[in-house]
Design a protein around this ligand. Structure first.
Ligand SMILES: [Zn+2]
Ligand SMILES: [Zn+2]
Length: 372
């Protein structure tokens, strides 16, 4: 290959000395929270609930947040998006690592190489439309999510000659980029709102709602932006992770009703609450994890307010509430290095995972069918 024809990404990658990242940053898995809010963002365009009102009024106790998306990279040069939010344009403008470069021939070149979808919700897929301008892209999705999103002719604007859809299967790791291995697993959830029929199953475990386990250089990050219930199997799977990014949509199940801004409970929307005896704080209290971070936070959630009782409860339990731009770096870990927190054996379809003795196992929440 002649010198000038070398893609920008390869040139950047080739400049890295020793164990340092090719772009001069640390080597190993890097994750950037592009958007920490749930659907609608924070504040939401039509909402003046107690928490949104603080944001509209510029109260320093709250920071606005865009809709849920995470960018991950093994080398700091090429990036994969875990969900593409409607705010993707603004997120790219706020994130230098994702901004376009220029090829030697003057061509366009984006560091964004792929998108992995965790479900077909509008706040997770609408950003695909932002990625339509003639750049190569691979979109990874389960058959269920592909059927939901691909069936909409609007997404035909992603030029099929450049944008490839790849079907992913639960429990079968795939590599969206060299150095990154991602495994999808089912979490209790529901179909996207626009596919709900006369009745809807909440808490079913299918490919319609998935979590993603990302492995890179011996480290692991788990991304679960939507989850209707924490089951013992989910706790066993997440235990030992280096970083958990978990569904923090509502603090109280009936928070939207209490605020008078909606009638649906968090669970009805496919999101278990953070607080309460059966919320995620309690259900994941015994989880061994390097970092525990709430993402996908709804604009009604009082843990968005610095110093609120809900934020203090979350802080005291060792969690953080993600902001837009929150970065997580997981350094390269040699095979001989032990994790500072106990790690379970690799899950396998043949072996049942043992439950570690330190772990609190919440009761299983069977799926429920309810009328709309
Ligand atoms: Zn969402
Ligand atoms: Zn609001």
């Amino acid at each position: 290959m002649r010198e000038g024809a070398q893609p920008v990404a390869d040139r950047l990658r080739a400049t890295g000395p020793g164990n340092d990242g090719p772009d001069g940053g640390p080597a190993g898995l890097r994750a950037i929270v592009l958007g920490a809010a749930a659907g609608g963002g924070f504040p939401q365009w039509n909402c003046r609930c107690t928490v949104c009102a603080l944001a509209w009024d510029g109260d320093p106790r709250v920071n606005p947040r865009t809709q849920s998306s995470l960018a991950i990279s093994a080398d700091g040069v090429e990036w994969v998006l875990l969900n593409a939010s409607p705010d993707l344009g603004a997120q790219i403008r706020a994130t230098p690592s994702l901004q376009p470069r220029r090829g030697d021939d003057g061509s366009r070149d984006s560091p964004i190489r792929a998108v992995v979808l965790t479900n077909g919700d509008v706040d997770h897929v609408a950003g695909l439309l932002t990625l339509r301008e003639k750049a190569p892209l691979t979109v990874f999705a389960t058959a269920e999510t592909h059927a939901a999103v691909g069936a909409n002719p609007l997404f035909g604007v992603l030029d099929p000659a450049l944008a490839a859809w790849r079907e992913i299967h639960l429990g079968e790791p795939f590599a969206p980029l060299p150095g990154l291995a991602i495994e999808a697993f089912a979490v209790p959830g529901k179909v996207p709102l626009y596919l709900e029929g006369a009745s809807v199953d909440i808490g079913t475990e299918t490919g319609a709602t998935i979590g993603l386990s990302v492995r890179c250089s011996g480290a692991r990050l788990d991304h679960v932006p939507g989850c209707a219930a924490v089951t013992p199997a989910l706790v066993a799977r997440l235990n030992g992770t280096d970083a958990l990014l978990f569904d923090g949509t509502v603090f109280r199940d009936d928070e939207m009703r209490l605020e008078g801004v909606g009638t649906k409970t968090g669970r009805r929307m496919g999101h278990l609450p953070v607080g309460g005896a059966d919320g995620s704080l309690a259900a994941l209290a015994g989880l061994a994890a390097g970092r525990k971070v709430y993402v996908h936070v709804n604009n009604t959630n009082p843990m968005l307010i610095d110093g609120s009782p809900e934020r203090r409860a979350v802080d005291a339990a060792g969690w953080t509430v993600a902001e837009d731009g929150t970065e997580i770096a997981l350094p390269v870990r040699g095979a001989a290095e032990e994790t500072p927190w106990p790690s379970l054996p690799e899950p396998s379809r043949q072996t049942r995972l043992p439950t570690p003795p330190t772990l609190r196992t919440p009761t299983s929440s069977p799926s429920t069918t309810i009328a709309r």
